[in-house]
Design a protein around this ligand. Structure first.
Ligand SMILES: [Zn+2]
Length: 307
């Protein structure tokens, strides 16, 4: 870290959390460890509670995981703002602790100092990049998993699926496989691992064939008939592991054509990890960058001296 960086930190009211000794080793005081823990706890609590709020708000606004067009855009906006606020809360805690350490002006003064300190655009961009990147990785590219599951669509907790043979029921072997997935990963809509498994057709039979009767009539259809169905636009269906309560909700929703949403903890689980990542990046991004730079420089020097 250069002197200029130290000056920048002093101006921003930031306290460097660790100190380098003359040998270049990092030393960390007990107070630093406490500050780190509190700041990361704040950023984790912020991201997780915003992920929960997003899911609830989505249920009110009728946005679910996989809702065409709107769910991707709304999820990106929600995750970007959760990440920005998550990083900001870590910095507020860090600044509050630094102001308290300086001990001027009493409690009100250090609280206002911490809040007024503000963040620059680089901080916000980094928070969004880190939080968004971690969520994107965990959700395997589907940010809309932050929203509730719509029982007529593939759920937010969907991980594995197996090809279905049209509207046929799952075979015994498929049911056994789906049963192990339910125990391991949970129902694809709500995440519950309890009870016996239902092989859930996705898209649902009524949606795929146009009516329940048509789906029933195509059970046991010959191979040419199935090829004909595919050509006329019946989608290839897959089985996902589903719990009994979600299956009951789904049959009512599909029969009546209503939209039924089911809450889950997927966004909260991802929110915890995103919050931790945003907190660490907010506190230690410069240290991590310096460490990478130092090592790259050392590696270059070693490489050059061997030539
Ligand atoms: Zn369920």
């Amino acid at each position: 870290m250069t002197n200029d960086d130290d000056d920048d930190d002093a101006r921003a009211g930031r306290e460097t959390p660790s100190h380098k000794t003359t040998s270049g080793r990092m030393t960390t005081s007990r107070e630093d460890v406490e500050t780190n823990a509190m700041a990361i706890a704040a950023s984790t609590a912020t991201f997780t509670s915003l992920a929960w709020t997003t899911q609830r708000l989505g249920m009110v606004l009728r946005i679910a995981c996989g809702t065409p067009f709107v769910s991707g855009i709304a999820a990106s906006m929600a995750i970007a703002s959760s990440a920005a606020l998550s990083g900001a809360s870590a910095r507020v805690v860090e600044r509050a602790r630094a102001a308290r350490k300086r001990g001027k002006g009493g409690t009100m003064k250090w609280v206002t100092d911490a809040l007024v300190g503000g963040a620059d655009a680089r901080d916000v961009a980094r928070d969004v990049f880190v939080g968004g990147g971690v969520f994107l990785f965990l959700s395997r590219g589907n940010l809309s998993r932050i929203f509730a599951s719509d029982v007529a669509r593939v759920g937010a907790n969907a991980r594995k699926s197996v090809a279905a043979k049209g509207s046929e029921y799952a075979t015994d072997a498929q049911r056994r496989l789906l049963g192990t997935w339910l125990k391991k990963h949970g129902c694809h809509h709500c995440g519950s691992t309890r009870g016996s498994v239902i092989g859930d057709h996705m898209p649902p039979n009524k949606k795929a064939f146009g009516s329940g009767a048509a789906a029933k009539a195509n059970r046991g259809a010959s191979f040419p008939r199935r090829v004909f169905n595919y050509v006329r636009g019946v989608p290839l269906q897959r089985f996902y592991p589903q719990c009994e309560p979600c299956s009951a909700l789904q049959s009512v929703a599909v029969r009546t054509g209503s939209r039924t949403f089911v809450a889950h903890r997927v966004g909260l689980k991802y929110g915890v990890l995103c919050g931790v990542a945003c907190g660490i990046a907010a506190l230690h991004f410069d240290d991590i960058r310096d460490w990478i730079d130092d090592n790259a420089r050392r590696a270059r020097k070693t490489f050059a001296s061997r030539k």
